[in-house]
Design a protein around this ligand. Structure first.
Ligand SMILES: *[C@@H]1O[C@H](CO)[C@@H](O)[C@H](O)[C@H]1NC(C)=O
Ligand SMILES: *[C@@H]1O[C@H](CO)[C@@H](O)[C@H](O)[C@H]1NC(C)=O
Length: 349
């Protein structure tokens, strides 16, 4: 299902891109894009100018995914810029779900798509297509040896900010999946910031380079794809930890193997998709824990806190007939009376 929500969002962003290019100057109707969460809808309305580059970025990311995974069993080709393939996408995604360590693949897709958004927004800002953004004025300063600043330095910080706002908007659940997606989205964007470099151009008669101007530029997107593919190949396996916070249960990720170096924000992470069995899920065979009897005085796994996954519990009283006042008769039998005892029974909400 992770793949589904994720791709739904991005297929829809693609549709947005198409809508935009086919309608030319007609305005985008944010409300007509299905599947945006409220925060994304607000974003779309507030920053409508840059929505086409957001969509373009998603497309870039998916194309790069297709390149990096060409020849693999699941090669990203199901992601096309056409909503008509929605049905087959669902099937393919299911197929991908049973492949080895599916979440590592998901880690790459998140990273490359969020990098794509940051990249495309940054580029279009430098090309002057939006009044909201432009060139990076931080990279002006004193000239270097043999060159001077010139042209438009790309403002990757802005693109990263946009990607953070838009791509992370739906990753706000307190669960491990959201934590993983946020982490990998950020790792994708970091790859851009890490690889910013000077790009220069010579001026002068027949390429004599009498004057050299340089600007701060993003790496080629292909290079970003290659870097992220390397990170994918060495992604860190995490385990899920649950904490009680004032807002309720929160899941966080911790490196599974203490003897490996802890992943930095630049590394891709995944966890084995061990279902937590809190909710019913026919795919994993989980029945969920609703109505399960729990032990209110235990802090163990049978205790109401953990067994009910933080949803709380109901208490009812139950009358049980029990044998009582038993007398041993010589010889040899026991006679008892029947008593009714009242018990508190706790069940998960
Ligand atoms: C991707 O996979 C599909 C179906 O498995 C195949 O038809 C297609 O040629 C592949 N594309 C690339 C670029 O490998
Ligand atoms: C509930 O947990 C408490 C504390 O661990 C234990 O003493 C008690 O026997 C448990 N009750 C049942 C019905 O298992």
């Amino acid at each position: 299902t992770e793949y589904l929500t994720y791709y739904n969002l991005y297929l829809r962003s693609l549709a947005l891109g198409q809508q935009y290019s086919s309608l030319g100057s007609q305005p985008i109707l944010c409300g007509s894009i299905p599947g945006l969460v409220p925060k994304q809808l607000r974003f779309c309305r507030n920053y409508i100018e840059i929505m086409p580059s957001v969509a373009e970025g998603v497309k870039l990311g998916i194309q790069e995914c297709q390149h990096q995974f060409r020849g693999r069993r699941w090669n990203c080709t199901t992601i096309k810029d056409n909503l008509a393939i929605f049905g087959p996408v669902l099937d393919k995604v299911k197929e991908a779900g049973i492949s080895f360590k599916p979440f590592t693949r998901s880690a790459f897709v998140h990273a490359i798509a969020s990098a794509g958004v940051a990249f495309a927004v940054t580029r279009s800002c430098a090309e002057g297509t939006s009044t909201m953004c432009g060139c990076d004025s931080h990279h002006k300063g004193p000239p270097g040896e043999g060159w001077k600043w010139g042209g438009c330095s790309e403002d990757a910080e802005f693109g990263v900010l946009v990607s953070r706002e838009f791509a992370d908007a739906r990753e706000n659940r307190p669960d491990a999946r959201s934590a993983m997606n946020r982490h990998n989205n950020e790792a994708g964007r970091m790859t851009i910031l890490e690889n910013m470099h000077l790009r220069c151009k010579c001026h002068g008669l027949s390429g004599s380079c009498e004057v050299k101007t340089c600007w701060w530029a993003q790496p080629d997107f292909r290079l970003l794809g290659d870097y992220l593919k390397d990170k994918y190949d060495s992604a860190s396996e995490m385990m899920v930890e649950k904490h009680r916070e004032s807002r309720g249960w929160v899941e966080t990720l911790r490196a599974k193997y203490a003897f490996f170096k802890h992943p930095t924000e630049r590394d891709l992470v995944y966890y084995e998709g061990s279902p937590n069995f809190c909710e019913p899920n026919p795919e994993t065979g989980s029945f969920g824990t609703r109505d399960r009897i729990c032990n209110v005085s235990s802090h163990g796994i049978e205790g109401c806190d953990l067994l009910c996954c933080g949803r709380g519990h109901n208490t009812r009283t139950e009358k049980r007939k029990e044998k009582c006042h038993c007398i041993f008769h010589w010889c040899c039998y026991v006679s008892c009376q029947e008593c009714v005892r009242v018990y508190d029974v706790h069940t998960c909400k």
